[in-house]
Write a protein that binds this ligand. Structure first.
Ligand code: UD1
Ligand code: CA
Length: 462
């Protein structure tokens, strides 16, 4: 029987105390809704509808292609939202399975969902339950004397005895289509929150003598994120999963608890990751590279055998066997070819360093193309901005840029040329030439002696 999926994600998530819609919050590099859809994906559903409402536009940006969306204009409850989702499902036959779940459950795994949708034909619904040490905030499961689930009571509607129940409703259900559609019509909003609760469907089905099966899950799998605190907890679990996956593939990590790698990042086996490393977005780390301590890298790639430590990389491409840091900032458009080096307190932007080129310390290199084996002295600045426009600096191969050279762009330095330390280079330099721009040094003999004598005389007069 085909499976259809409805994900409820229209709520604002008031308890997050944030302007961002709840399901658009990220944990370990993916939005909450993204994690849920990732868990649903292996089921290969006939169709997946995400019900949006609060901040729909912001959530839409994070949805993968192939999901349908439906808008719940007013958040009248999970039962109402499910109805909105049903309206967008398209062709559904009576005996199909409709999986309904909430968009705020990022730890949900595909195995649990696969188990849930194996619904025997004579069972109207299967639902996930779990026993929590602290069930605060969740709907409680009521069972009869024979142990059959008979009802879900929301916390706000619980009496004291019900509130003491540790078994909770996880909020993941596999319904026979016909039964869901029929019972939803009977759900009222006569409860503490004045909402149409999807959970009421459970009691109605049981009242009609339909079979219902609970499927038990571990608390960890099914936590719903309602607060920043729970988001941080989920982030830690998801991060631990990613790190374990990477270590199992052969990545070395000194301290996985202090290593933060997005799910989207690729780290090849044999890479070595030290603590304090954040790898985000479309970042890639090659085999045998050493990253960290303390590196932030976004949408960057670090080639095999390279070392990057105490540095920030944004949109940078680092080739093989390069060295970066400590304390380098590589901004978008930075390309380091093989064996090149960007060292201490160097900032680069839209700049290529050719093979084996080096800028070991204290430099700003922007809008520059630097040839192979060229050495950039400490204190070098490409003066690329005249206050109106950006200009390019082109430096050939085997060039020696002396310390504290100001390269006033646009300017071109030929292959094998040398610039004298402290020069302000405004004109192009020919291949193999020495360009030096500084005033001649003067020397005034015996100066210190005369100054000391002057001071002594002055003191005697006072
Ligand atoms: C819900 C369940 C509760 C369960 C818990 C598990 C109900 C009535 N209660 O409570 O039994 O233990 O989840 O985490 O279902 N939503 C909409 N439209 C609405 C209301 C909510 O789309 O009108 C969405 C929210 O965006 C959210 C999900 O439904 O993703 C659940 O809503 P939430 O308010 O978090 O429900 P809980 O109070 O946690
Ligand atoms: Ca919730």
């Amino acid at each position: 029987m085909p499976t259809h999926v409805i994900v409820l994600a229209a709520g604002q998530g008031k308890r997050m105390m944030s302007d961002l819609p709840k399901v658009a919050h990220k944990a370990a590099g993916r939005t909450l809704i993204g994690w849920v859809l990732e868990a649903v994906h292996p089921l290969e559903p006939a169709n997946t509808v995400v019900v949006l409402g609060h901040g729909a536009d912001e959530v839409l940006d994070h949805l993968p292609p192939g999901v349908t969306t439906a808008i719940q204009e007013r958040q009248l409850g999970t039962g109402h939202a499910t109805n909105v989702g049903l309206g967008a499902l398209g062709d559904v036959t009576n005996d199909d399975t409709i999986l309904v779940l909430y968009g705020d459950m990022p730890l949900l795994g595909p195995e649990l969902l696969a188990r849930l949708v194996e619904r025997p034909e004579d069972v109207a619904a299967r639902m996930v339950t779990s026993v929590f040490d602290d069930p605060t905030g969740y709907g409680r499961i009521l069972r009869d004397d024979s142990g059959n689930v008979v009802e879900v009571v929301e916390e706000r509607d619980c009496d004291d005895a019900q509130r003491a129940i540790g078994e909770i409703n996880a909020g993941v259900y596999a319904f026979r289509a016909k039964d869901l559609i029929d019972t939803l019509a009977d759900v009222s909003n006569d409860n503490a929150q004045g909402e149409y609760y999807l959970t009421d469907v459970v009691g109605i089905l049981v009242g009609r003598g339909q079979r219902l099966q609970p499927v038990e899950a571990t608390p960890q799998e099914v936590i719903g994120i309602n607060s920043q605190h729970q988001l941080a907890e989920a982030q830690a679990v998801l991060q631990a999963r990613t790190n374990r996956r990477l270590m199992e593939s052969g990545v070395w990590m000194l301290d996985p608890d202090r290593t933060y790698i997005d799910d989207s990042v690729i780290v090849e086996p044999g890479a070595r990751i030290y603590p304090g490393v954040h790898l985000e977005g479309e970042t890639k780390v090659g085999a045998g590279a050493q990253v960290g301590p303390d590196v932030f890298a976004l949408d960057s790639s670090i080639g095999a055998g390279s070392t990057v430590w105490y540095s920030v990389l944004r949109g940078a491409i680092i080739g093989e066997d390069c060295e970066v840091g400590p304390f380098a900032s590589l901004r978008p458009g930075t390309v380091l070819e093989e064996r090149s080096k960007v060292g201490t307190f160097v900032e680069t932007k839209n700049t290529t360093l050719g093979q084996g080129a080096k800028a070991p310390h204290l430099a700003y290199l922007g809008d520059a193309k630097i040839g192979a084996r060229t050495n950039i002295g400490a204190g070098t600045v490409t003066c690329n901005y005249d206050g109106y426009e950006k200009h390019e600096t082109t430096i050939g191969e085997d060039v020696f840029i002396g310390s504290d050279t100001m390269l006033v762009a646009p300017v071109t330095i030929g292959d094998g040329a040398v610039t004298g330390a402290g020069s302000v280079i405004t004109d192009d330099v020919e291949e193999g030439a020495l360009a030096i721009e500084r005033s001649e040094q003067r020397e005034i003999r015996g100066y210190s002696q005369r100054r000391a004598e002057r001071q002594a005389t002055k003191k005697a007069e006072d």
